[in-house]
Design a protein around this ligand. Structure first.
Ligand code: 3H9
Length: 699
């Protein structure tokens, strides 16, 4: 039950906001707070108020679930409550016991003093939801901390530790002992002073200072457009802070309010709110309850110290977990460890890691050249060459050496986890952990559930994902799992498009403008074209797909053009540069291939390119969902946002599809099916949902 509790401590009324889990400012909580304020402010015996949060959080912000829903007409708004608090005849002190985010910090900024617990964190993260602070945050924060510090906080949305909040001037003190006692004492002192309470809105000095820098906002707009390409909210945040500088307070508030309402209704905010909940939903597995026991992971081992293995080992070291990396030869081991050290040094050189911390992390990684050394590990992750026979051999060995309770995980990106598990005597302890390259950077981890993976193994690996800073998504066994299977559907169309008339840089531009960091061809060059070439050859040998779409890709590989690492692939790369340059030689290869296949090339517009790339991707997602290989459509969105750079402000492919309307996509797929054959057959689930007028988010 969301409510505010009132406790009297002498002449001070302590109001505790209680709305688990994060004390979000729901209509119910605001109603209860407004009632307490109305009654309390009338009571002469109450000389001051303290506002605090129940549990570990002060206030996590407005209730995001209530956005876009109708509000009871008489419900008090946060802005009204804030107005009452700031203009109250008696002082209010915020006792910030934990996170004060968004509307939570705005509430605190309206108080006349703020004390924070050392572990509290403060910030205005609305921008991450495609919003901006809508209850005075953009007007009050710059008055307290100065315009540039406020811009940094509001545009990035990052939360600051209490100590940084003190240095910036957001809080008046960090209270090491009992926070509430300190806040009550502070409130009594303010009340006893008998002065009118200090109002944040009336602090003027720091705002005036910004007027001396005429180019400040133009500079921020330009840099922000680069840093958050495609995102609308950061620019609107800057507009509002500018209003704080240029307009009187009341007008600034009005401008902020109008901008906030526009944002709440925007497509980008809807998408980012979907992503917020999808990120939390992904951890919930219907048949693996939250109280499933997990294996405590105190040490790990990684087999293979190549690019993947090294990156995986770094994740463990970064989380403080000792890890042993095994390579068969001394040279390969030394090379791998040297790359790890170089990666850490590069992070340290950028100022993102202190020397001592860097040494500590490197110290947690131990090299070994024998499997014997993995005996003590709680989890072993295999990251050797992507060949089934090699993987089976490794797993048989691991099974014989690893302690019986250890989890054995494979980092395969395409192979059958069940077949790998079958060579062990502990298939219930075998699972896939598919990291994305670079493994120490990319947030996504596809955890692949084998037929026999136990609930404990699944729960342990999902918990481990969080611990090592990843977002774990549970997927089922199929070729390519969720991400790469969909990627295949998308790159196949990109490859067909260039045979039909487009050129690689044209396709890439459409995808880049849509919001991906790069198009499919530049991505292929970055990942290495030989990887998918090898997979294609394997599939062909297994009697699989022999689609002509990849004819040019194969020819590039035959010429030794593997992408960036060989200085050329779909594009050319100048020495030391990662910028793709269109290459006439590639165009020649493409034209020749089209002619050989009897295709009359035609002009293909941007809209068609986008549809041809995205709809088959979505269609494959629908098949995956229907086959039960992803638990929810929103899990697929998380895979694509965190593993492939799908723009978060479009909510992921399945959310994007729902916004377009599944009937439109199904119709387009039927047309493509007629033109291009079975490979583009509309997914049964897509057809079913389209016919029922539903979306993937509401099956
Ligand atoms: C705003 O304030 C607008 C104002 O400027 C203007 C208003 C007029 N609402 O993250 P967790 C749920 S916009 C509803 O795992 P943690 C969450 O879905 C808001 N629900 O906890 C999850 O539910 P479930 C600006 C919320 O301890 C559960 O709480 N504020 C909200 O790791 C636990 O969440 C933000 O953007 C919410 N505001 O981290 C802050 N917040 O258990 C958003 C959380 O069913 N929140 N839930 O899956 C956060 O960043 C983190 O939740 C927080 C706690 C740091 C607070």
């Amino acid at each position: 039950m969301a409510e505010v509790q009132l406790e009297r401590r002498g002449s001070v009324a302590v109001l505790t906001l209680d709305n688990p889990p994060v004390n979000a400012l729901s209509v119910a909580l605001l109603t209860s707070l407004a009632q307490h304020l109305a009654a309390g402010l009338k009571e002469p015996a109450i000389k001051a108020f303290v506002l605090t949060g129940a549990g570990k959080i002060f206030v996590g912000g407005a209730d995001i679930r209530e956005f876009g829903k109708p509000r009871p007409p008489d419900a008090p708004t946060l802005a009204e409550i804030i107005e009452k608090i700031e203009n109250a005849r008696v002082p209010f002190v915020a006792a910030i016991n934990g996170v004060a985010a968004g509307g939570g910090l705005e509430l605190a900024l309206a108080c006349h003093a703020r004390l924070a617990a050392p572990a509290a964190r403060l910030g205005l993260p609305e921008v991450k939801l495609g919003l901006l602070p809508g209850a005075g945050g953009t007007q009050r924060l710059p008055r307290l901390v100065g315009v540039e510090a406020a811009l940094e906080m509001i545009v990035s949305g990052e939360l600051k530790p209490a100590q940084a909040g003190l240095e910036l001037g957001i809080v008046d003190a960090v209270a090491g002992g009992d926070l509430l006692t300190a806040a009550v004492a502070h409130a009594e002192t303010l009340a006893a002073a008998g002065k009118p309470p200090r109002k944040t809105r009336e602090i003027g000095g720091k705002i005036a200072a910004a007027n001396a820098k005429p180019d400040l906002f133009a500079g921020w707009r330009k840099e922000t457009a680069r840093r958050f390409r495609g995102y609308e909210a950061p620019q609107r945040c800057i507009d509002c802070v500018e209003a704080a500088v240029k307009l009187p307070f009341a007008e600034g508030l009005k401008a902020e309010r109008a901008a906030f309402l526009e944002r709440v209704g925007s497509e980008q905010s809807k998408a980012l709110r979907h992503v917020f909940f999808a990120e939390r939903e992904v951890a919930k597995i219907p048949d693996v309850p939250p109280d499933t026991p997990t294996l405590p992971i105190k040490s790990a081992a990684v087999i293979g110290c190549g690019t993947m293995g090294g990156g995986i080992a770094m994740n463990f070291a970064n989380a403080g977990i000792p890890v042993t990396v095994v390579e068969s030869t001394k040279e390969a081991l030394e090379r791998g460890l040297a790359i790890i050290a170089k990666n850490y040094a590069a992070t340290a050189a950028k100022g993102r890691l202190g020397q001592a911390e860097m040494e500590k992390r490197i110290g947690l990684i131990k090299g070994a050249s024998s499997f014997e050394e993995i005996k003590g590990a709680d989890i072993v992750i295999e990251a050797v060459f992507e060949e089934m026979e090699i993987k089976k051999e490794v797993f048989a060995k691991l099974d014989a050496i690893a302690k019986p309770e250890a989890i054995l995980a494979t980092n395969t990106s395409t192979l059958d986890v069940d077949a790998i598990a079958a060579v062990t005597k502990r298939p219930e302890k075998v699972i896939g952990t598919h990291f994305f390259s670079p493994a120490n950077v990319m947030r996504l981890l596809e955890n692949v559930r084998g037929k026999k993976s136990s609930k404990e193994t699944i729960a342990s690996v999902m918990a481990l994902s969080r611990r090592i800073g990843k977002i774990g998504v549970l997927v089922g066994v199929c070729d390519g799992f969720v991400g790469n299977r969909m990627l295949h559907a998308y790159t196949r169309q990109a490859n067909s498009l260039i045979l039909e008339g487009a050129l690689p840089h044209e396709v890439d531009k459409v995808i880049y403008d849509f919001g991906f960091p790069m198009g499919p061809f530049a991505m292929g060059d970055l990942a290495g074209l030989d990887v998918s070439w090898r997979i294609r050859k394997r599939r062909l040998a297994e009697g699989g797909d022999n689609h002509p779409a990849y004819i040019v890709g194969d020819r590039l590989c035959e010429l030794g053009r593997f992408g960036q690492k060989t200085g050329a692939g779909w594009f050319r790369y100048e020495a030391g540069s990662r910028t793709p340059v269109p290459d006439p030689l590639v165009e020649e290869l493409i034209l020749k291939a089209s002619a050989e296949l009897g295709i009359t090339r035609r002009k293909i517009g941007g809209e068609e390119i986008l549809e041809r790339c995205m709809y088959p991707l979505i269609n494959e997602g629908a098949k995956i969902l229907d086959e039960g290989l992803a638990l929810r459509a929103s899990d697929i969105d998380i895979v694509w946002i965190n593993g492939y750079g799908f723009p978060a402000y479009r909510g992921g492919p399945m959310f994007y599809a729902d916004r377009i309307g599944l009937a439109t996509i199904a119709q387009a797929m039927r047309r493509l099916h007629e033109q291009h054959g079975a490979i583009l057959r509309p997914a049964a689930l897509l057809e079913r949902l389209a016919a029922a007028g539903k979306g993937f988010g509401e099956p």
